[in-house]
Design a protein around this ligand. Structure first.
Ligand SMILES: Cc1ncc(COP(=O)(O)O)c(C=O)c1O
Length: 377
């Protein structure tokens, strides 16, 4: 493909996962449709077991989506109104939203300028006697520094909830992300490493009591039908989605390797340009759910985004605004300048296409056009 050729490259191809495994998925869906156990069917339990095995934890509990997983985790560890929960401000809204939704207080923390992730130092600055939980979000497929964070959390005896919605399958020091703290939470939204064909989520833990409580909370607070021990919610994973996820789970490591290969090719192709590329340290196995580069400032970022779009290449900005400046959190009293790293990242980041079905040919086209942008800058 030559620079003059015009093609369209989507940011993500949601149907590619189905196309690559059509027969098995069709069979799994048909079997659920015929069986009729649409709620809490056997596939849900089997999927929970296989996910727990994959993560090497004792329990996994599926639920309706990743935001619910965070809510259920917060509910299960028994926080009360007004308790403070530390969350990264450079993030999708879900973690802070779950905290605020439950009447808890989101205490935002800044992130590391290179890894995009919350770090022990930024958490330590925010710990008070009211801090009752820390939510660590492993962003873009990478990992926060869990050794330092767990040391700090253990010192202060504060439970850690890990959000691996963007990094399922990733590792820190050889251990799967989401398995360091009290509870791990994830999403199976179609763009995630492990994706279903709609909404889905799960929590995982080694704590039997927490697992049972989440399972009950996600099913109206009941273990036995019509005997309600807790005020819970309806947040069950559909049997159909569990059946799809059982097929997709088999492909998870393969699709992570595809993402990692694409990331290596970006690093080789873009390495000499004046942009900051995602970093992978020796402790971290990055899963490249997103490939976020950093430009000099918002003008250059926006110019490159437009230039690429003119060439048929879609990109995304994750995230254009930090959570502490979102209108939804106005009542918590944060202002511009409170978290400089996060605010600057929002001006500089640009996510390039990195989904498993992206062809090398299309990726080369993206790389060549990014190079040509800088040649003409
Ligand atoms: C880091 C992170 N946490 C949580 C969520 C929420 O997941 P869901 O969309 O399944 O509610 C998302 C987005 O999907 C996310 O990116």
């Amino acid at each position: 493909m030559m620079l003059g050729d015009k093609i369209k490259i989507p940011f993500f191809d949601a149907s590619a996962g189905y196309a690559s495994n059509r027969e098995e998925i069709d069979g799994a869906i048909k079997s659920v449709l015929e069986n009729g156990a649409y709620i809490n069917g056997p596939e849900v339990g089997v999927f929970a077991e296989r996910l727990a095995n994959y993560l090497n934890v004792d329990y996994a509990v599926p639920c309706a989506n990743g935001t619910d997983a965070l809510c259920l985790a917060l509910m299960a560890i028994g926080l009360k109104r007004g308790d403070e929960v530390i969350v990264p401000t450079f993030n999708f809204i879900a973690a802070a939203e779950a905290v605020a939704y439950l009447g808890l207080v989101p205490i935002f923390a800044d992130v590391d300028a290179i890894s995009f992730n919350i770090c022990a130092k930024s958490i330590e600055e925010k710990i008070t006697s009211q801090t009752k939980a820390i939510i660590v979000v492993h962003l873009f497929g990478s990992a926060a520094s869990m050794e330092d964070i767990m040391k700090l959390a253990n010192q202060h005896q504060i439970p850690v909830i890990e959000d691996v919605a963007q990094s399922l399958g990733g590792e820190y020091a050889g251990k799967k992300l989401g398995t360091f703290g009290a509870i791990g939470c994830t999403s199976f939204f179609p763009t995630k490493n492990l994706a279903c064909f709609g909404d889905g989520g799960a929590i995982f833990t080694n704590d039997e009591k927490l697992a049972l409580k989440v399972k009950m909370l996600a099913n109206h607070g009941q273990q036995q039908k019509y005997v309600h021990q807790y005020i819970g919610v309806n947040s069950r994973l559909d049997t159909l989605q569990a059946a799809v996820l059982l097929c997709q789970l088999k492909m998870l490591d393969y699709s992570i390797e595809k993402r990692r290969t694409l990331a290596k090719r970006y690093a080789n192709g873009l390495g000499n340009l004046p942009i900051l590329l995602p970093k992978e340290t020796t402790e971290i196995k990055h899963t490249y759910n997103q490939y976020c580069i950093q430009l000099a400032d918002f003008r250059q970022r926006d110019d490159l985004k437009k230039y690429l779009l003119d060439q048929g290449i879609s990109t995304m900005i994750y995230y254009s605004q930090p959570n502490h400046l979102q209108e939804a959190f106005t009542s918590f009293g944060y202002k511009t300048g409170d978290f400089l790293v996060a605010e600057q990242l929002c001006n500089k980041v640009l996510a390039l296409p990195v989904f498993p079905a992206l062809s090398f040919e299309h990726q080369d086209y993206i790389i060549e056009h990014i190079k040509s942008f800088f040649e003409h800058a």
